[in-house]
Design a protein around this ligand. Structure first.
Ligand code: PHE
Length: 658
């Protein structure tokens, strides 16, 4: 198919093709990698519920707005606003921000997609057979060497730490984050001195004084400098050893004074008391559990103890193996870059082949495949012992498990997962010239995206739960916990692993294509470039820009100046900048433009087939509700507003007055 960039604008072949391509953009790493782990970190059900509300109140209306603007303008984001207004306008800044966001997001997105590709290959060669054999052997050796009482105490420790985790988290969550931080910051230093306070008064021998001073100084220094604990300890020991006995006594008095002073600061004292109360409760629960499990394991026959210990040991060994496999990929910049390059090559090839014959055709094949794969994995999960608890975790809202700031995370994620705020949907919409069915399309895309995010949870958590993994494992959930479970499943796990990482790769590919399309279409629409040259030159530029992200975790290439300046590595900085700032800001302006700025005549032309009630409902959301919610999120980000504090002030006064 030949394309004439200026005279004849490319079009989708069918409405279904458009919907699949747009859903392909929306469904990506955000659904399968990010959503499950942030759901895990935010305690499950209630977070999911709030996320769904954000999708309906903010995501859906902005999705309609983006497609509407694209369809009406028949231009990509940089040209769209001028075309609609009929003159130069500052709304065009939205378009520039979108191109920038596309460039930035794709640069780190391609790196994560590269990990998925590497893992697909590793699933075949590494994760299953080799890991399975070596860990089996080592676990058996361990059990053969251990005494029965060692086995028992290992099993008791494992059971107790597993059981106490939720309780401990809920307890900590009952405090304000700032209270908990304050407590953490002072507890060791204070504990060192408070414990010894009485002893000191009743004339401690001088060696004890020296030891106490050394320890206290160490804890204090550690707070300021957490880099090399061992070196710090030797340094402090040397420093104190050089002092005379009188000096030790004098210094110790000073330190004790300052610890007293810390405690006489009412805020710190309150934080320490609250923190200690929480720790005491946790310790109490722990010792109850210890008794319970002690009694339990006392009655278990030796052969069964050995069996259970072997399972636990094996899991630990596999965990170490899969963790180092992940780290080997992520921390080796050259491997990461190799896969990034291949991924960008495939992405560029698709975008270079055009709208209908490249993007639409790819998505028409990959999207149904993705759905089949994910449903297959969920069906597998349904037969796992952990399915029921996973289902409850995802769908049962438990308010004690969510911090208010989790609400903001849900809203922020709604933008990322629906590809909103940077003009991807706007660009895809511009390749359509129908004037009907707008809401239906937006609903279908949003529905597919949400469905796949929920299915991803129902695929990951049953497997994670059945194999003793924590839902709150963080970004490593997909890259460490899942391979772990696959390795435990053994040979059949290999097929699952290939299916899983292949799925991740396909999902990432169809999203990456839309990111590159936004950047590429700028050169085509605004500068009259041919599609091929536009796609390949932008693809190459983004690949170059991906280098620092690919090497961000590689210790040999760390840009330490960057990390000290921004307090996070290059990769995280790019993610943070795009997901936390560019997308919500872009989304806010798009909502404002569609609600307030866009000429009414053009707006109405796009929604002729809509019942008036629905139109007014949409207008209300896009004019008022969505902007207000996004502004709240942004204010929280610049720390003008601390929602945890605000709500705690309202509902939890005793903690502040405590
Ligand atoms: N929506 C994609 C995902 O969930 C990411 C994306 C963001 C794609 C913005 C395009 C634009 O992974």
């Amino acid at each position: 198919m030949t394309e004439h960039p200026i005279t004849q604008r490319s079009k989708w072949n069918s409405r279904l093709g458009f919907i699949l391509a747009a859903a392909g953009s929306a469904v990506g790493l955000g659904n399968i990698w990010k959503f499950p782990y942030i759901t895990g970190e935010n305690g499950g059900g209630l977070f999911v519920l709030i996320y769904l509300v954000c999708i309906v109140l903010v995501g859906l209306p902005i999705m309609v707005a983006e497609i509407m603007i694209g369809r009406a303008a028949q231009k990509q984001p940089v040209g769209a606003f001028e075309a609609l207004q009929g003159h130069k306008t500052s709304w065009t800044a939205i378009g520039w921000m979108g191109v920038l966001a596309g460039f930035i997001i794709l640069s780190f997105y391609a790196v994560v997609a590269g990990w998925a590709m590497d893992f697909t290959l590793k699933s075949v060669v590494d994760f299953t057979s080799t890991i399975e054999e070596s860990t089996d052997r080592e676990a058996a050796q361990f059990v053969a060497k251990a005494t029965p009482s060692e086995l028992r105490s290992m099993l008791i420790d494992d059971a107790v730490s597993h059981d106490v985790r939720d309780f401990a988290k809920a307890q900590q969550r009952s405090l304000l984050q700032s209270t908990w931080d304050e407590y953490q910051a002072h507890k060791e230093f204070l504990a060192t001195y408070r414990k010894e306070w009485d002893k000191f008064l009743s004339l401690t021998p001088v060696e004890d004084q020296r030891a106490l001073l050394t320890q206290g100084r160490f804890e204090q220094q550690k707070l300021l400098n957490e880099i090399d604990v061992d070196a710090l300890r030797t340094e402090v020991q040397k420093e104190i050893a050089d002092l005379s006995d009188e000096e030790v006594l004098a210094r110790l008095k000073l330190e004790l004074d300052s610890s007293q002073r810390l405690l006489s600061d009412p805020k710190i004292a309150a934080a320490v008391a609250a923190g200690e109360a929480v720790e005491a409760k946790i310790a109490e629960r722990k010792s109850e559990l210890q008794e319970k499990w002690k009694a339990h394991f006392a009655a278990v026959p030796l052969s069964e103890l050995e069996e259970q210990a072997r399972t636990i040991k094996r899991r630990e060994l596999i965990f170490n193996a899969t963790q180092s496999a992940f780290l080997a990929t992520a921390t080796d910049g050259w491997t990461a870059m190799f896969w990034t390059l291949i991924f960008m090559g495939i992405t560029t090839l698709i975008v270079g082949s055009g709208i209908a014959s490249g993007i639409e055709r790819t998505c028409q094949i990959l999207m149904p495949l993705l759905l089949v794969l994910i449903v297959g994995m969920v069906v597998y999960g349904m037969f796992q012992p952990g399915f029921k608890s996973a289902f409850n975790f995802v769908f049962y809202p438990d308010p004690s498990k969510l911090k208010p700031s989790g609400v903001l995370e849900a809203l922020g994620h709604a933008f990322f997962t629906l590809s909103l705020g940077m003009g991807a949907m706007l660009t895809y919409g511009s390749y359509q010239d129908s004037k009907s069915g707008l809401i239906g399309e937006a609903l279908a895309i949003t529905f597919l995206d949400t469905l796949i995010a929920l299915l991803a949870c129902l695929m990951i958590f049953p497997i994670a739960f059945s194999y003793g993994q924590e839902p709150s494992a963080g970004p490593g959930l997909v890259f460490m916990s899942m391979p772990l479970a696959f390795a435990e499943i053994g040979r059949g796990g290999m097929l699952l692993a290939i299916g899983f990482f292949g799925l991740l790769f396909f999902a990432a590919l169809t999203s990456a294509v839309s990111l590159l399309e936004v950047v590429t279409s700028y050169l085509i629409d605004q500068k009259g470039w041919h599609r091929h040259s536009a796609a390949w030159s932008m693809g190459a530029a983004i690949t170059l820009f991906a280098i620092p992200s690919a090497f961000a975790l590689d210790e040999n290439f760390v840009m330490s100046g960057w990390e000290t300046g921004f307090k996070m590595n290059f990769f995280d900085t790019m993610d943070y900048l795009a997901s936390n700032w560019l997308l919500p800001l872009g989304g806010l302006f798009i909502a404002l433009y569609a609600g307030w700025g866009m000429p009414r005549r053009l707006q109405v032309a796009e929604v002729q087939d809509l019942a008036p009630g629905l139109f007014w409902g949409w207008l209300f959301l896009v004019r008022i509700v969505a902007p207000i919610l996004v502004i709240i999120v942004l204010l929280q980000k610049v720390r003008i507003l601390d929602i945890d504090m605000l709500l705690a002030g309202r509902f939890n006064c005793h903690e502040i007055l405590f």
